[in-house]
Design a protein around this ligand. Structure first.
Ligand SMILES: [Zn+2]
Length: 145
């Protein structure tokens, strides 16, 4: 993974975690280039197989590509930032502090990646005061040029 590729993945993500939306400039830990299809399962370093991820989401996802949907109790594919549109699978709670899964994929991802972990929910409360939360409309790259 070259520094240039890492920078490309970061910019494409609008400098936010592509799963929980947390901005990397205010990170509590290092962000990583996450492999959607894990390298251990043959996933490549290709841009199409990568996502910008905070250390929490990256750590909870680990090598998983699917998880149990808590509503149906069946396995569902995890959200894939390269294939799926965030708002198709998730929405913000009315107070915008929690991510709600709308689909089996959304619910399985909220659960597996613990997108509403206490520290992140508390951070969202502060980010909102600073005008940095919720992410604009949906998680999309911010155009800077
Ligand atoms: Zn995250």
């Amino acid at each position: 993974m070259t520094e240039a590729l890492r920078a490309q993945v970061r910019e494409r993500a609008g400098r936010r975690c592509e799963y929980c939306g947390y901005p990397d400039l205010i990170r509590s830990g290092p962000f990583a280039v996450e492999h959607i299809q894990p390298r251990s399962a043959g996933g490549s370093d290709d841009l199409e197989n990568t996502a910008w991820s905070c250390d929490h989401c990256n750590g909870h996802k680990a090598a998983a590509t699917q998880a149990i949907d808590p509503v149906t109790g069946t396995m569902a594919p995890l959200y894939n930032p390269r294939r799926d549109v965030w708002k198709d699978h998730f929405l913000w709670s009315d107070d915008t502090l929690e991510i709600i899964g709308k689909t089996p994929t959304g619910r399985a991802t909220v659960e597996r990646l613990k997108l509403n972990r206490e520290s992140t929910v508390e951070a969202r409360r502060l980010l909102e005061v600073w005008g940095m939360h919720p992410p604009q409309a949906e998680i999309r790259p911010i155009r800077r040029r």
